[in-house]
Design a protein around this ligand. Structure first.
Ligand code: PGA
Length: 241
């Protein structure tokens, strides 16, 4: 795993954003794997500004998200559909039909997982996957103990994950208890992966990822099985490295 250390969140967003726009310009029909949460927001702002200033086009780009909460509609402001619309898609020239997320409001969730996994295959797989990391080492919503063989599946969210994400909701009671997430095997099929981390809250997780061995108890450690992973993280997140 290659590590790019930055001073702070702004520089992390800038460096990762720059790398990403280079990839998009050299492959205008790239398929990007997208993440939500606080970490990638700065990169999305970078992409929007670059689109406005430098006219990088997304007309042929496809985007496919890692995960979505179960039980909240796409129109709900806490859904990842809504997050992606507001934080990225509506500011770019990407075609809505080329943006994919799992449907957490599907009536048959098992069938939805199968549909999503097949969709990823049908569009030719992910060229570049953006990942954050949970304090417990989750990638996507793959919580500790998830099989490295997992494909898109339903996951029960850990209480710590619900607590961490409750900052976006009125109360923890509103945070869904389940999500649909690409599996670890799905993520590992991406041709290239950028893992982003910022802030002291991620320092233990990054130390464990970089220094410790591979274990299903720590989902991010699966990335050590992949040949093309770049960690872009700031000094606070890398303080034990
Ligand atoms: P965050 O979430 O970017 O909001 O910290 C990352 C994650 O839980 O994967």
């Amino acid at each position: 795993m290659k590590i790019i250390r930055t001073e702070n969140y702004e520089e992390m967003s800038l460096k990762a954003g720059l790398l990403l726009t280079e990839k998009i310009r050299s492959n205008p029909s790239i398929t990007l794997g997208m993440a939500t949460g606080s970490t990638p927001k700065g990169i999305y702002q970078y992409l929007i500004k670059d689109h406005q200033d430098n006219r990088t086009t997304y007309k042929q780009v496809k985007s496919i998200n890692l995960d979505e909460y179960i039980g909240i509609a796409p129109s709900n402001p806490n859904s990842y559909h809504y997050f992606m619309q507001k934080n990225l898609f509506e500011h770019l020239d990407i075609h809505e039909a080329n943006t994919y997320l799992p449907n957490g409001a599907a009536s048959n969730l098992e069938a939805e997982c199968e549909r999503y996994e097949k969709l990823i295959e049908d569009i030719g797989g992910v060229d570049l996957q953006i990942l954050g990391i949970g304090q417990n080492g989750h990638i996507g919503f793959n919580e500790p103990g998830t099989s490295f063989d997992s494909r898109t599946h339903i996951i029960n969210l850990e209480e710590d994950t619900r607590k961490a994400n409750s900052r976006f909701f009125n109360s923890i009671d509103e945070v869904p208890k389940q999500a649909i997430t690409m599996g670890i095997a799905t993520i590992l099929k991406s041709k290239e992966i950028f893992l982003l981390a910022s802030g002291e809250a991620k320092a233990d997780a990054l130390a464990r990822l970089i220094k410790d061995g591979i274990s299903e108890d720590f989902p991010a450690s699966a990335l050590k099985l992949h040949q093309n992973v770049t960690i872009v993280a700031d000094a606070d997140a890398l303080k034990y490295i």
